[in-house]
Every structure is written in structure tokens, then in C-alpha cells.
Ligand binder design. Structure first.
Ligand SMILES: O=C(CO)[C@H](O)[C@H](O)COP(=O)(O)O
Ligand SMILES: [Fe+2]
Length: 219
């Protein structure tokens, strides 16, 4: 089994010292998760390609951009140009999802589809062969620091069953991840853990990543 990948979310970092915050996780993390929100798809506004470009200059970690915006097609090329290595769009925001996924792939980035808690994984059945990863939301998107939604575990299990013996799509889980919830989602079949407040809300972010690794190590 491939090792679990850990993606700290900078949403919970101190933006007055963003480069320092990223520096604290650079050697412990596998990816850096960046949450893009537009105040329309979700009730919060965060950041755009300008910040991704600045993040790109602070780290060699792969940058995983989670787009929580309407009409993401309009900005895929900009985020790729800014330095994104992975780009996910929400199925709920994409009436022509296959075309949007194709557009991401054409930029050279890995293409992901994200799903809200209320959206069944079975809705993705026809797009699964086209995506590199599925981002399963274990909170309703919009804010860091929310409580994990336990039924996400069953969704991950069902998604892993749909994937079957294939290596792709990878399964990424986002929202409310800590050492307890990490173990349950990895046991269900997840490959990538996003963690924001658990990592950056603590004194020592890299030690928090180590705690997550230990929590899933025997699984
Ligand atoms: O996409 C997100 C919110 O919409 C964030 O990635 C997620 O919430 C991470 O924060 P935390 O680990 O604190 O829940
Ligand atoms: Fe996210």
C-alpha cells in the first residue's frame, strides 16, 4: 500500500507570516493545500492566483489548489500558471465536468473532483476514469476548524469500492482531520489527508504532521 500523504491547509496559517508558516511544514508535509473561495459557491472569500504565485516562491512542495468557486473553468489556467500542481473543482459547480477535467489535464496539472457531504460518490461513476483524485469533503466547505462529519467514512469506503483494484483516482479527505478522524478515513481507503487547524493551530506544525503519520502508521 502506498504511504499516506499529508497536505496541510494554509487556510489556518498566519497570513501575516505565511512564508514562515509554510517553512515550518516544508520538510514534514507531502503537499500544500490551498483553499480558493469566492463568496458565491461558499460563504467565504479567500485568495486567488496572486497568493498561489507567492506560495510557489516559498516552497518546493507540490501545491494542491482546491477551488470552491462557481465557473472554475475561467480560472484553471491562471492557477496553473501561478504554480498549482493539482487542481480540484467541485462537481456541484461544474455542469460540464468532463470538459473542465479535460481542461485541467491539458494544463499539465493533476485533475481532481471535489464533492460536498450531501453529494453521493455514485454521482462520479462515469468521471472516475478521467480524474487523478477525488476530494471527499468531510465538512461543508467554506471554513477551517469545523467538526468532522462521520458519514464521510462510509462515502470513502464506497468510493474505494468503486475504484476497485485500480491505483487511481487517489482519495483525498478534507475537513476536521485530526489523529482520531485520520485513522478512520485511512482505514476506509483514503490516500491523502488535508489538515488545516490541526496542523497550523498548534505550536509545532511539523510535530502535528508526525502525530497524524503515527495515527495511521499501523493501518
Ligand atoms: O476546504 C476546506 C474548507 O472548506 C479546508 O481545506 C478544510 O476545512 C481544512 O481545515 P480543517 O482541517 O481545519 O477542517
Ligand atoms: Fe480544502
Amino acid at each position: 500500500m502506498a504511504p499516506v500523504r499529508i497536505a496541510p491547509s494554509i487556510l489556518s496559517a498566519d497570513f501575516t507570516r505565511l512564508a514562515d508558516a509554510i517553512g515550518t511544514v516544508s520538510s514534514a508535509a507531502d503537499l500544500l493545500h490551498v483553499d480558493v473561495m469566492d463568496g458565491r459557491f461558499v460563504p467565504n472569500i479567500t485568495l486567488g492566483p496572486l497568493i498561489v504565485e507567492a506560495v510557489r516562491r516559498t516552497t518546493d512542495l507540490p501545491i494542491d489548489v482546491h477551488m470552491m468557486i462557481v465557473e472554475p473553468d475561467r480560472y484553471v489556467a491562471d492557477f496553473r500558471k501561478a504554480g498549482a500542481d493539482m487542481i480540484s473543482v467541485h462537481v456541484e459547480a461544474c455542469p460540464h465536468l468532463q470538459r473542465t477535467i479535460e481542461q485541467i489535464r491539458e494544463t499539465g496539472a493533476l485533475a481532481g473532483v471535489a464533492i460536498n457531504p450531501a453529494t453521493p460518490v455514485e454521482m462520479l461513476i462515469d468521471i472516475l476514469p478521467d480524474v487523478d483524485y477525488v476530494l471527499v469533503m468531510s465538512v461543508n466547505p467554506g471554513f477551517g476548524g469545523q467538526t468532522f462529519w462521520p458519514r464521510a467514512v462510509d462515502k470513502i469506503r464506497r468510493l474505494a469500492a468503486l475504484r476497485g483494484e485500480r491505483e487511481r483516482p487517489l482519495i483525498e479527505v478534507d475537513g476536521g482531520i485530526n489523529q482520531a478522524t485520520a485513522a478512520s478515513v485511512i482505514e476506509a481507503g483514503a490516500d491523502i489527508l488535508v489538515a488545516g487547524s490541526f496542523v497550523f493551530g498548534a505550536e509545532n506544525p511539523s510535530a502535528q504532521i508526525e502525530i497524524l503519520r503515527q495515527a495511521v502508521a499501523p493501518l
